[in-house]
Design a protein around this ligand. Sequence first.
Ligand code: IPE
Ligand code: IPE
Ligand code: MG
Length: 236
Amino acid sequence: MGRLPRHVGIIMDGNGRWANLRGLPRVEGHRRGAERTKDIIEASLELGIDVLTLYAFSVENWQRPDEEVSTLMELLKVYLSKELFSLLNKGIRFRVIGDRSRLPQEVKEIICEAEKYTEKGDRLTLVTALSYGGRDEIVRALKNIISSGYKPEEVTEQLIDSNLDTSGLPPVDLIIRTSGEMRLSNFLLWQGAYAELYFTETLWPDFSKEEFFYAIQDFQRRERRFGAIMPASLKV
Ligand code: IPE
Ligand code: IPE
Ligand code: MG
């Protein structure tokens, strides 16, 4: 086993297409998709990954029909109330990133509760990106910095880092996107500056533990240079 990514981010895409292909309503795809997350969380625990960030709902997704938005919110509420003890027992710390001010009150409360209950979890940090947009997150961070009265010369990458929703988390090493789309759709723009990207045609409700392991192996074969020159190529 090679070096593991510390932080894996997943753009869980393709629920709607999965349902369409079967003549089912889109929401059924979301339901199956939510089930899938359990296997991937399990697999992350087995591997010993530190942070798993799941993109569940983007700021742009607020534009979808009300019925779809409310089903997604409902799914999250049901998931959290059903899984809270299991998260706690498995040593998982739950955390949400994104603009919470737009979330329904009940969702805000259940998230808050889950974050508090699982605060001591030290095996895996499970981050849910909800009402999340990378640009929106950066704008909110800058607003914070400006209203705290920092001078231009005091602005550093570390200061921005610590004002992002992901404050305290390592940068994302590997971003996986399902459903064949090859774009980031506003996911972890700052944190993913040097992330390795893995794209697969598989639709999220079909994404298995085996394919997750395969994506990790693929990551382990990559040579990460971070703009420098690797020792082996220095000889040339
Ligand atoms: C991803 O599946 C889940 C969310 C964006 C909430 P989609 O709903 O985007 O599924 P497709 O892309 O339409 O197939
Ligand atoms: C990105 O998927 C957001 C999530 C998976 C939650 P979208 O389906 O919203 O992205 P686009 O519209 O294809 O870029
Ligand atoms: Mg999509």
